[in-house]
Write a protein that binds this ligand. Structure first.
Ligand SMILES: [Zn+2]
Ligand SMILES: [Zn+2]
Length: 141
């Protein structure tokens, strides 16, 4: 299945990763923690089974970032790379750090309640004020 492998890594190249097969999910996250951690108005994340992701070279530095999650970044250059719940079987990789980010198109926006108001969204993807999949959080389209 080498044809479905996707590789990526941080800005300086110290951390490299390889994800096997397609992600189960790709989204844009507008939450304040992603904004702070990345320095960007939103992050794009691809969710994989943890067993399908391998880190080559240096491992990302993990830091607990909230009651439920930790974030991983390159200890050398600081690139934001990983989001995960410590107990979960999945791991999120930052789409923009893949060698070919165009291969992973997000299918929804989450946490739009904290979207930067000067950022105009013109796509027609579903938008959730908070979590994915919650009807009460879904914005009218
Ligand atoms: Zn780096
Ligand atoms: Zn987020």
């Amino acid at each position: 299945m080498s044809s479905t492998r996707t590789d990526g890594g941080c800005l300086c190249g110290a951390v490299r990763f390889r994800a096997d097969g397609p992600p189960s999910h790709v989204n844009f996250c507008h939450c304040r923690m992603c904004q702070k951690a990345s320095g960007a108005p939103m992050m794009a994340w691809a969710t994989y089974e943890r067993a399908k992701v391998a880190f080559l070279g240096t491992s990302p530095k993990m830091r607990r970032s909230s009651a439920v999650a930790e974030r991983g970044f390159c200890g050398e250059c600081g690139s934001t790379l990983v989001w995960r719940r410590p107990e979960a079987k999945t791991i999120d990789l930052a789409v923009a750090t893949f060698d070919d980010p165009n291969a992973l198109a997000p299918s929804e926006h989450i946490w739009t309640e904290s979207r930067a108001r000067w950022l105009t969204l013109t796509d027609h993807l579903p938008r959730y004020r908070r979590r994915h999949g919650s009807d009460e959080d879904k914005e009218a389209s």
